[in-house]
Design a protein around this ligand. Sequence first.
Ligand SMILES: [Mn+2]
Length: 287
Amino acid sequence: MSEISYDTHGPRFAEAGRSLSRGAVALFGACYDGTTSFRPGARFGPDAMRAASLGLETYSPEQQADTTGDIDLVDLGNLELAPGAPAPVVDAVTWATRDILADGARPFLLGGEHSVSIGAICALAEFYSDLVLVQFDAHADLRDEYLGEPYSHACVMRRALDVLSPKSVWQVGIRSGTAEEFRELRDSGRLLAPQKELLEERLENSDGPIYLTVDLDIFDPSVMPGTGTPEPGGIDWNCFAELLSAIPTRRLVAADVVELAPGLDPTGCSAVVAAKVVREIALKLGS
Ligand SMILES: [Mn+2]
């Protein structure tokens, strides 16, 4: 059994509460970017999303719901993590996610680089045997190891496929990867263009609970320059909102938003986009 402790000195997302109860949406940060392959800085993502949230309304006109009245939003703070290798970080995220699930709440992880998602996905996969994973991302993340590291942010979906059926994984918006990764994506039918109708149709194939992992580099670099591995040809806000609306609210049980590197965008707009992504997902997760 690992010790789970949170640093609560930073800002809270949209002035959320700190105490967890059943049915709450439980935000928690994992400030880690140790395997980042190009431009580091995602460790500063969670607090930048929180700071940016204070400049946004808590009401979503798109969903006609408010994070301060319509859902129970809790921000547990940032997991205390040792810098260095990713495996202990992934473990810590697994323990924290199990803890939140055991309390009857809904885990919502803020990264950090994408490798932190592995821990949450593993905990959800052991909790729900019929879990469906939806990935919004520019990158396939299907390498078995990257530079000798199986828990690299380039290996997230391979690790997810270690614990999930390939038939319950959907990879949306992917536009970067190796020839081998794209062969697998196409042959498996898991690759979806970022279109609402396609995602809706695929999710109708099952009725399992859904985990949504959002790598912010799914957005075009003109919308989200503050990310470690930007990739041209991405989506805009309206496309994101449409994709999110394709996910049935009653089935969404957990989520993460990762790869905001706020220091790479001096305008601060990337953090605002990320905070709005978090608000919209939180409203869906808590409803
Ligand atoms: Mn990714």
